[in-house]
Design a protein around this ligand. Structure first.
Ligand code: SF4
Ligand code: SF4
Length: 411
């Protein structure tokens, strides 16, 4: 699924932060709640954002705990709910969870590969009150779709797309872009148009989890990126409002970082399958962040009082150049996970920023991607693509920071 938080419509006014600690004073509620119901997934995407050591995490929360999380988060003011994974359809209790979330008044978005969806489940989910379905494709061609996911799922996804339409949902497609498929953007948009898509998210890969392991294979060249943007713009001009196309540029090509999660601990709360609560779905890689677990604490305590959720609130944690930068209120220093992965210190400025003393780490990676056009750069040929896989996840990947080890400090 996409690493992007769910989108939808807000519901009602959030509650105030009653009894907040000094560090969290002035912090609003977690408006976005993302429940990663499981790390199980039949697919093996090379860009999956799940942690590479997912096989080492604890057992999945039972239904009763998820329901408690829903109730506590809604009472706190959460309005948008994403149900993700892994593949959330592997959870047999998905329908009762949707029923509960709907009764509580959440706007509910299912983020799925489509594997596990059937006519009967679609009916049941609709009856339970599911609002929105975001379906992921890997590519416009069966060959690359199936290669990138290491499954034969292209036809199945096409059938699920038809089911989504039949049941009156808006057609929302998500395709993660990278070096291996970005030249197919025209065909991907033609496929989306043929399927009657109303929304298409072309999200360039974010380099966390398995995507980080495969970065040398996946980072596109600037020429590829510009061609894809040009194709996308021509589609926008031709289709007008018939199909909304979101093209999310890879931040490695920018000179300022993204305002990651609108600031950690600001609006977003993710809960991993084992109950770990996180201010960002990649945050379990960050060193020294003693992440709370919903098995031990309620959501209010986790959100307002836990050291982990307060760690990156405000500006006190910032180092130079962010600390005195006039732009710090706009981007909050960028992504903490990217700062850690690239520099080894999560308090550093995101190296995407050209004011960062580590910016050369990003430009060097981009330069390598430029060398070989659409072919894999030399660095990638030394290390084959790693597919998200349970057995690989069980194996110790020495020094892989995405599994919580020491950062690799590579350029
Ligand atoms: S393997 Fe693919 S479909 Fe499964 S969770 Fe990862 S990105 Fe999503
Ligand atoms: S120095 Fe820090 S705060 Fe300033 S623009 Fe760069 S990342 Fe943002």
């Amino acid at each position: 699924m996409s690493a992007t938080p769910p989108v939808g419509h807000g519901l009602g006014a959030p509650n105030a932060a009653v009894g907040a600690t000094p560090a969290s004073r002035g912090v609003g509620p977690p408006l976005w709640l993302l429940l990663e119901l499981t790390y199980r997934c039949p697919l093996h995407c090379v860009y999956c954002y799940n942690p590479t050591n997912f096989a080492h995490t604890g057992p999945e929360l039972p239904t009763a705990d998820w329901i408690r999380v829903l109730r506590e988060a809604r009472a706190l003011g959460a309005v948008q709910l994403g149900l993700s994974g892994g593949e959330p359809l592997v959870r047999e209790d998905l329908e009762p969870l949707v029923t509960e979330a709907h009764a509580l008044g959440f706007y509910i978005n299912l983020i799925t590969s489509g594997v596990g969806m059937s006519e009967a489940r679609m009916r049941a989910l609709k009856a339970a009150g599911l609002d929105h379905i975001q379906l992921s494709f890997q590519d416009s061609t069966r060959e690359l779709n199936d290669f990138l996911s290491s499954t034969r799922t292209f036809e199945l996804k096409s059938r699920v797309a038809a089911l989504i339409r039949q049941h009156g949902y808006p057609m929302v497609l998500n395709v993660v872009l990278h070096r291996l498929n970005i030249d197919h953007v025209g065909e991907i948009l033609e496929l989306a148009e043929a399927m009657g898509a109303e929304y298409v998210e072309l999200a360039n890969t974010q380099y966390y989890g398995w995507a980080w392991l495969n970065r040398e294979h996946l980072l596109p060249s600037r020429a590829q990126l510009e061609r894809a943007e040009g194709v996308t713009q021509r589609f926008r001009e031709r289709l007008g409002n018939r199909m909304q196309i979101y093209f999310v540029v890879p931040d490695y090509f920018e000179t300022r970082p993204k305002a990651c999660m609108s600031g950690l601990g600001s609006v977003f709360l993710a809960v991993a399958p084992d109950g770990t609560a996180m201010p960002c779905h990649a945050a379990r890689m960050l060193p020294g962040l003693d992440l709370p677990n919903v098995r031990d604490s309620d959501i209010r305590t986790i959100w307002y009082d836990s050291p982990a959720f307060n760690r990156f609130r405000g500006e006190a944690w910032m180092k130079e150049p962010c600390r005195s930068c006039p732009e710090r209120g706009r981007d909050f220093g960028g992504c903490r996970c990217q700062a850690y992965l690239l520099t080894g210190d999560p308090d550093n400025a995101d190296p995407v920023c050209d004011l960062s003393p580590h910016h050369a780490l990003v430009t060097a990676a981009v330069a390598r991607a430029e060398q070989a056009g659409s072919a894999a750069p030399a660095a990638a040929r030394e290390r084959p693509l790693v597919f998200r896989d349970h057995r690989v996840s069980i194996a110790v990947i020495t020094g892989d920071p995405a599994r919580g080890g020491a950062p690799a400090r590579r350029a």
